[in-house]
Write a new protein. Sequence first.
Length: 669
Amino acid sequence: MDTIFSDWKTALDDLKASVSEDLAEIRKQKAEIQKLKADIFKGLSQGKYIHDDQRIVLSAPEIVIGNVDMNGMLYADTGAVVIRGGSVSLEGSGEGGTVQTRAASISQLAVDPGADGVQEAVLNNSTIISQAKNIIIQSNESEGYFSRAPQPVGGTGVRIHADANIEIEAAQSSELRSDDISNKLTDLNAMKSTLTSEANSKISSVKSLMSDIEDLLEDHESMDDSVMAARTNVLDLDESQENFEQLTAALQNAIESSIRTLSSLAETNRRITALKNEQKKVDSASSTFKDATTYSQLLLHGEIIGMGSFDADGNVRTNPEAMIEIQTGKLDITTLKEDGSLIDDSHVTIHTKDIDINTSNPALTDGDIDNGEFPADGSVHVLSKNISFEAVDYTRKDGLDEEKQQTAEGSFSVRAESIGFRSMDTEGNTTGSLSLMAENTNMSAFDKDGNATGSMELLANDMILKAIDKDGTGTGSITVKAEDITVSSADKEGKALGQVSVNGKNVFIKSMDTDDKGADKNLATGGNMVLVAENMFVGRTDKDNTSKTLQISSDKTGIYGTTTAEMQQGEAKAVVQLDGGSIAISGSKAEFYGDNTVNGKTDFKADATMTKLTADNVEAKSSFKSTNISDGVAVPGAPSSAKLSAKLKEEDAPKPKVVEADAEGGGQG
């Protein structure tokens, strides 16, 4: 016969069939099954159900809800309280109003639990909002009782404290996310199999109980179809009623258990479907995950942002493990306005004992940070209008810093295979200036054994090397030491230009071997010195600056003039001239000492006086006169007025161009 149990069976079968459907269909079938549960509770009249279609108000100075006695104490520390509604509001009104939640474990999930509380459906509006003038989140490592009360913010704000760890993460994953999904799918599929088997068993049990109740009802109806039958079967009817009550109670529990199992199975299927859809998205994006942006952001905004390694007592942690670590593919620190321009008077300060900027590319041995290769890689680029490096001690007075002294043993070192200092424009032409100032300046290209190697290039329009004190007085020394030294003033096409000026109280240009202390030892074997120019000036710059002594000493000395070679004394008072193959000597008096031989014709155009004349042949054209011999008439010759005209004129050397930076600018900079 058809009974209400037939409808119950149909409802259970429909719910079982919907466990693999979408969320809307599952909720529809759950709504149908609620009627079945209502019929059961109504028929059994178990428990107390209070319902009103308008409003229920509980009012008292103190309200305790739970499995409690009259004193408000829990029975055996057990009991569950579920508040379920479309909108749940918990309010503590008034200035002293409070809402306190206490439990060994407190969980907040912004999910839709469904009408039966079994679901965990994530919706687009999944949100948790906490808003207050003061928010304090504190985690303490205490046992048994929290020893520290939550510390106040100290004003209006948010304070987060933890004795151990705080992790704020805004990041997406691909591999871990895929692994998590796979692990959850494995667990959910195992749960699905168990729940499916359990649901089949429970529904079968429910249907069996329903069949037993239907059989009992048929027997009860046959025993109660007349007054005579009822009187005859009164004991059996009592027993039948007792059995009916027991079976319906068992049916209630069986149906409740079946519905819970079917709801869990439906939620498990929904989660499996959601995770499979998420897995497809993760797999499709895995190939581009490393290169494509995930748009994950962690933003810190504040007028003042402070970060420090402190303990809770306010002490700066200085143990080796204490640090602030930033690890990223790109790190950008800017002080820019919204339009991209620099903020006026913006400033970045790094103040610490040691600073290490490292762009090496480690190749560690089996991930061991203490072993491996660390080849230098990448680059360091500094772009600024003014760049300054100092090793200087300062003193502060009235808030102003003043230089005190150079830091003792301070140093600045640049080490690389190739080092270039360039002051040039965008077309490669030299410009600007380069200034090096120190008491001792040492620039070298040496290997680890002290042997010269490599090259050093200094390229600039104006280059100034100084060793002077703050008053501009020369001090210290500048030493340039290398196997080959070239000083060149030429343009990029090799055309000579400008000047090379060397000035000092003592100027030495030598080609000599030296001892281990740098003192002259001997002339370098095969050494050469070449001084050549279109015009050369040695020993004089102008009439007011003439060398007092010019000494040329050599085993062999040669003076070569292609057209003219001339040596003058004073304002041409004495001249020795070699010109066009002729030799001329002029002066108020010329003297020859030693044995002299004159080859070729010799003309005396003035009186010649000699102590003794030995001649193979003597010819006198006009007169020959002697104290012992007289022949002809002696006619005195006219006194000589011949004078050699000097071809070369003593000139002043060109004035050198002064290339000098002022003491405050390039000199001290």
